[in-house]
Design a protein around this ligand. Structure first.
Ligand code: SAH
Length: 684
């Protein structure tokens, strides 16, 4: 039975936007989504029988969120739903009509996919002029309707173009807060109906200052400047560009051992020198070696390396022995190049490898102190930025008479995992403006705009409603959403080079992991790329309001089934393996981690070796290169059509499970087969 083709006229109290708005956070994971759950009796029996998670299609052919698939008010193409259109039932006229939650437009006929319709048919019920609590004939909800107690269904005032009405402040009254008017979106990229199966010991709350647009603005500005100046020092002192993503990897790697309080920047690391950054830079000295495409390029590369090595050894303070060895090898290479005329691609590369082997130890020696200086400068700049940001934060709190909360006593107690709880009161937050722009929402603070797709904006709102404890009216939502988006923007870098570290598994894989292996949790995520509502993320402060359980290395699950797709930073991947192995060794409860890492074997990464040889490893499979996809790291900010990207590398999937975990969620050949099938790109 296809429910979607059986849409019936909707009674007013059933036209409710289907969403949950627990005013309390889901601390005990009292599943707040009972209204969301798809009744088993309503499931498409054919899909149930086949044991596969149903993925109904909307009219547009796009997959529907399990949240909304049974709700006739959402019986519309996704393009229209995202624009705010809903199909409702007019009691007075006894026929369906269409209503836009964002613009308050209404129409008898279904708008076209651009969301437009014949102007003569606009506003058939005159509902644009109604205030949210007006009683009106037809579609207005009855007073018993739970919607009335939920801010998200309030109807915004009419928008008159050009009247500046797009500019709404987060500090406006709740009624004027656009966040409240957003319906929970129809989505194919997350599923918040899935409750956690992760048990933890009760955690201490967080006492650090809450995010504030002013401090976030400063952190971002100074970090961007530091990034730029890091690149400039490398260029002027070492004659190389910054290795792509090295800055981002350094942030990740140094954070592993950081004891400081800044959520983004490392400030208390010992040793101060970030070895991963040091190694990456050294690897590019004296020139970056990129695999050449043609024989001519290979020849040029060999020549360039020889020249650069010579120049470097002559211009630096080298020992006479180093100078002698490098110069001799370089001269020999020049002679070989002259004599050889033309050689094969492989000959050039072999020669280059030989030259590098001979010279590199000497070049490393002469460049060492300078590169260390650059790395230490990077670290000290991070400390300096964090100090300035903390100072500003303290000033804001002092001005508003807020003091940092003291840590309460937390009695030991085993419970379902819950979002990070920030207990220091939030100061008054300044205005953040809201500008819808087609399929995007722009949020602006002090002329600094962050942009997010409407669908992701709505996703954020949904998570905020489920998790935020101190803002039931969503008065602070825009400011906190701005801080979050700004944080991630700063994290990627101004030219967004770090977006690759945010690439996510596609929904069919998550669906499969949940269905077959009981997975309910992502160990590495952000509020923008998570599929489950339970996840760990890099930033406790900005993300905690949106459901994050904080950084994974500070998270200690006792039981449950988790997925891990770490950012591709070798140190973090290694630390992850250590962490998971410790957790597995300490628990007798069922505990399972399904880990996805790149299959880098040339040479193999330490994490890959450790995973493959782990005593908890039950099974490993490879998703071949080009035969599976990731969701773009900027999925929240790029056109829908660009979201799925083919993986250029193989992905190794490893099942780490303790005995109880293996008994409960162990990989069987049939399940693995299904997983491999789920990973296949859908259009291939
Ligand atoms: N959740 C998706 C995407 C993973 S991309 C998936 O599982 O497929 C890796 C994510 O890890 C990024 O969003 C990155 O910001 C986040 N991350 C970085 N450091 C982290 C940490 N210490 N703990 C948890 N998440 C972290």
């Amino acid at each position: 039975m296809n429910l979607r083709s059986q849409t019936k006229p909707v009674e007013p109290n059933k036209t409710e936007e289907v969403h949950s708005t627990p005013q309390q956070p889901e601390e005990e994971e009292e599943e707040p989504t009972s209204t969301l759950a798809v009744s088993p009796t309503k499931l498409d029996s054919s899909t149930e029988e086949s044991g596969r998670v149903r993925q109904n299609s909307s009219d547009s052919g796009l997959p529907l969120s399990p949240l909304l698939e049974n709700d006739p008010s959402h019986d519309l193409p996704e393009q229209l739903l995202v624009k705010g259109w809903r199909k409702l039932w007019s009691k007075r006229e006894n026929r369906p009509y269409f209503f836009n939650k964002f613009t308050r437009e209404s129409a008898w006929d279904q708008p076209n996919l651009e969301g437009e319709f014949d102007s003569s048919l606009q506003d058939p019920l005159g509902i644009r002029s109604l205030k949210p609590d007006d009683t009106a004939p037809g579609p207005t909800p009855s007073h018993t309707d739970v919607r009335l107690s939920r801010p998200s269904i309030d109807i915004p005032p009419p928008r008159t173009p050009g009247a500046g009405d797009k500019r709404r402040a987060s500090t406006d009254t709740p009624d004027a807060n656009p966040a409240k008017k957003i319906a929970f979106p129809l989505s194919s990229f997350f599923n918040f109906t899935i409750a956690t199966n992760i048990m933890i010991d009760q955690r201490k709350p967080l006492t650090i200052p809450c995010p504030h647009p002013e401090t976030e603005f400063l952190r971002s500005q100074l970090t961007n400047e530091a990034r730029l100046s890091f690149g400039n020092s490398l260029q002027t002192r070492e004659g190389i560009g910054a290795p792509p993503n090295a800055y981002n990897r350094a942030l990740l790697a140094h954070k592993i051992r950081d004891k400081g309080r800044d959520p983004l920047l490392p400030t208390q690391c010992f040793p101060e020198l970030c070895m991963s950054l040091f190694r990456e830079i050294m690897n590019d000295i004296p020139v970056k070696l990129v695999k050449p495409r043609y024989t001519g390029d290979a020849r040029k590369l060999l020549f360039r390396y020889a020249e650069a090595a010579k120049k470097m050894i002559e211009s630096r303070n080298a020992t006479s022995e180093s100078r002698k060895v490098v110069k001799w090898n370089v001269e020999e290479t020049f002679v070989w190049l002259r004599k050889k005329g033309t050689a094969s691609y492989d000959d050039y590369l072999e020669r280059l490898a030989h030259l590098k082997r001979q010279c590199q130890p000497h070049l490393t020696e002469v460049a060492q102190s300078s590169v260390e200086g650059i790395c230490l400068k990077w670290y000290h700049t991070c400390c300096e930025i964090a100090r300035k940001v903390a100072e500003l934060s303290a000033t804001i709190m002092k001005e508003q008479g807020i003091t940092e909360a003291t840590m309460p006593v937390v009695p030991p107690r085993k419970m379902n995992c819950y979002a990070i709880h920030l207990i220091t009161p939030t100061p008054r937050l300044p205005t953040v403006e809201y500008h819808p722009d087609n399929d995007y929402i722009n949020l602006t603070y002090k002329k600094d705009t962050v942009r997010v797709t409407s669908a992701h904006f709505q996703k954020l709102e949904q998570m905020y409603r489920m998790n935020c404890r101190d803002d039931p009216q969503l008065v602070l939502y825009l400011s906190r959403a701005w801080c979050l988006l700004k944080r991630y923007q700063t994290y990627y870098g101004t030219d967004q080079e770090g977006f690759g570290m945010q690439a996510a598994l596609p929904s069919p894989i998550f669906e499969c992991l949940h269905r077959l292996f009981g997975v309910t949790f992502e160990c590495f995520a952000s509020p923008l790329n998570c599929y489950f509502k339970q996840y760990c993320s890099a930033f406790s402060d900005t993300d905690g309001y949106f459901g994050s359980r904080g950084p994974v290395l500070d998270f200690f699950p006792l039981s449950g089934s988790l997925e891990a797709n770490p950012p591709f930073c070798e140190e973090l991947m290694e630390a992850m393996v250590d962490h998971f192995e410790n957790l597995l060794s300490e628990s007798n409860e069922p505990l399972s981690f399904i880990v996805f890492i790149p299959e880098w074997r040339d040479p193999p990464t330490e994490a890959l070796i450790r995973l493959e040889t782990s005593r908890y490893s039950r099974k490993q499979v490879v998703l071949p290169a080009q035969e599976h996809e990731y969701r773009h790291g900027l999925q929240h900010n790029c056109p829908q059509g660009d979201v799925n990207i083919k993986a250029l590398h193989g992905t190794l999937v490893v099942f780490l499970q303790n005995d109880a975990g293996f008994r409960k969620w162990g990989p069987t050949p049939e399940k693995i087969k299904e997983l491999l099938l789920a990973a296949k790109p859908k259009n291939s």
